[in-house]
Design a protein around this ligand. Sequence first.
Ligand SMILES: C[S@@+](CC[C@H](N)C(=O)[O-])C[C@H]1O[C@@H](n2cnc3c(N)ncnc32)[C@H](O)[C@@H]1O
Length: 130
Amino acid sequence: MHNGSQIAAEYDVFQASLEALKKEKKYLNYGFTVSRCQSYEERQEQLCLEVFEAAGIGKGHTVVDVGFGSGEQDFLLSRTRQFDRLLGFNISNRQVQYASTRARMENLTERLSRLKASRKRDKRFFKALT
Ligand SMILES: C[S@@+](CC[C@H](N)C(=O)[O-])C[C@H]1O[C@@H](n2cnc3c(N)ncnc32)[C@H](O)[C@@H]1O
């Protein structure tokens, strides 16, 4: 059976592999297909766009992303939708580090300011949801 530290370690290694491969888009989803011409990365991006639309994310909203991976979908969200802020939680320190650095480089720290690791229940997370 896995505990939180083992899962975090696995995602740390996974992130290191994605970085070593220099994979530009680091989505970790199976994608949504609207055309046979789409590449796998385009399908992955499409799935995120479908979710944003279905959730009706817009002005004044606080978005909570639990397990944000490399944060790829949060950067897409910042480019495509208006929202107030995003609270991101991730158990992998390497992914938190990667996403935080990228948020700084893309001048998005104001909206994506809460990229933090959480290994157990975080009271602030539950507060954000209520
Ligand atoms: C399959 S990946 C999905 C990543 C991203 N949401 C995506 O679609 O590209 C699962 C993510 O959940 C994170 N995770 C796993 N357990 C977690 C926990 N207890 N708290 C916060 N994040 C967790 C992992 O570190 C990883 O980033």
